[in-house]
Design a binder for this molecule. Sequence first.
Ligand code: ADP
Ligand code: MG
Length: 253
Amino acid sequence: MTGTEKDTTPTGELLRAVAIRKSFGGNEVLRGIDLTVRQGEVVCLIGASGSGKSTLLRCLDLLEVLDDGDIWLDGREITDPRVDVDEVRRSIGIVFQAYNLFPHLSVLRNITLGPIKARGTSGADARARAHALLERVGLSEKSGAYPDSLSGGQQQRVALARAIAMDPQVLLLDEITSALDPMLVGEVLDVIRGLRADGMTIVMATHEMTFAREVADRIVFMADGQIEESGPPEQIFTAPNSPRTAEFLARHL
Ligand code: ADP
Ligand code: MG
């Protein structure tokens, strides 16, 4: 078996969305999305504002109830009504554009809270891990600080550390650099590069096209609640099949 074939075997598949649909009122926001994400893959969702990227990520994290379709994580249907949603969500990390951290807790406690409360990790172990994660995101000296004393870029790095502290099987990132001062974007993207290098499976919505091209194993271009086109970055960015993809990229590169 070649390496290429091995990548597509079912054992490599971590997350699969099948024919998912979601409406808000009469507005059908996701119109039949099929998406498979392999273990260790970095998938970047791109597309115009309103195309459904955030809704898709929220559906994958079971923050929305689907109208139709199903989602599988590591071979288990997580949209099965008998599934414990809280238990599933503990194995999925999600970071949003802003307002991620608990403002009344120190950086350290923001990171240790989940492992202690939801995983039963001891305080000492959780703190040791949190310090290691803070070092990894370049914020060792900020463990006692409160979120409002940090820059936006620092807050997002803490939010990433907090998500990782739960040892998620997959990390969902929704435009986590969009609210940041351009000078602070790079430090957050560096953390994502590090997570990718460690083999984390990541699905991220982003407007950072240069970054997407660099880190993505696959680009998924969404338009009007559907996947218009998906493929390796080199193909999408240099030879898109769909005129809509080409038009979007012409405006955003
Ligand atoms: P994107 O992240 O690509 O900008 P969204 O998933 O946020 O797209 O939004 C897609 C569409 O769904 C938009 O028209 C938005 O107004 C609508 N939408 C998203 N969330 C809700 C909601 N909770 N209630 C009503 N409409 C929503
Ligand atoms: Mg969005």
